[in-house]
Write a protein that binds this ligand. Structure first.
Ligand code: PAN
Ligand code: ZN
Length: 170
């Protein structure tokens, strides 16, 4: 359905048929700097780092992707929990992140290697134009919940972004 109005809450998204993707540490371990700390965490289970709620949508250039992400608080060594991070490939279009609760940073890096950090908090919009790989880091002690909107025809390029190794600098 191309007309809807629902609350910007994970539970309402699920009721509306959102696909929920759960990202655990084991699925993104290599992205963290401290591999020994990651191994120690994995000995005691496999913590959920974040969950993405994606409404069903046509992969159409005339539509929008309107995801909610719940990024949990925590650390791998001294590095806060973060999303995997990606570029948008074909087309390399922008993304806006709107904070719903909690606090953190939108880390972005371009293909020239320039690294920038934009604040994410409730009631704020952070905007990354095309050409910026983007990842969100939870620097607080509560869930960081954010809404992200981009064109619906993007393809996520995780591989190139993983090579950047863009990190929260302490
Ligand atoms: C966001 C992200 C979401 C999860 O909706 O997809 O926060 O992060 P990763 O996709 O990097 O695992 C977005 O940027 N969409 O394009
Ligand atoms: Zn994106």
């Amino acid at each position: 359905e191309k007309l809807f109005s629902i609350p910007l809450l994970p539970a309402d998204y699920e009721t509306y048929g959102a696909l929920k993707t759960v990202r655990r540490l084991s699925q993104m371990k290599s992205l963290y700097a401290d591999q020994e700390a990651a191994d120690r965490l994995l000995e005691n289970g496999d913590p959920v780092i974040y969950e993405v709620y994606e409404l069903p949508h046509p992969n159409d250039e005339t539509d929008l992707l309107v995801n909610i992400t719940v990024l949990y608080p925590g650390y791998v060594g001294d590095e806060p929990y973060m999303t995997k991070g990606h570029f948008h490939r074909e087309p390399d279009t922008a993304e806006a992140v709107i904070g719903l609760s909690g606090e953190g940073e939108l880390l972005v890096q371009n293909r020239e290697g320039e690294l920038r950090s934009l604040k994410v908090a409730a009631g704020r919009i952070s905007y990354a134009g095309g050409g910026w790989a983007h990842r969100v880091v939870n620097t607080g002690s509560e869930n960081l919940v954010f809404f992200a909107v981009s064109g619906a025809n993007i393809v996520h390029d995780y591989e190139t972004a993983a090579e950047l190794n863009f990190k929260k600098r302490q």
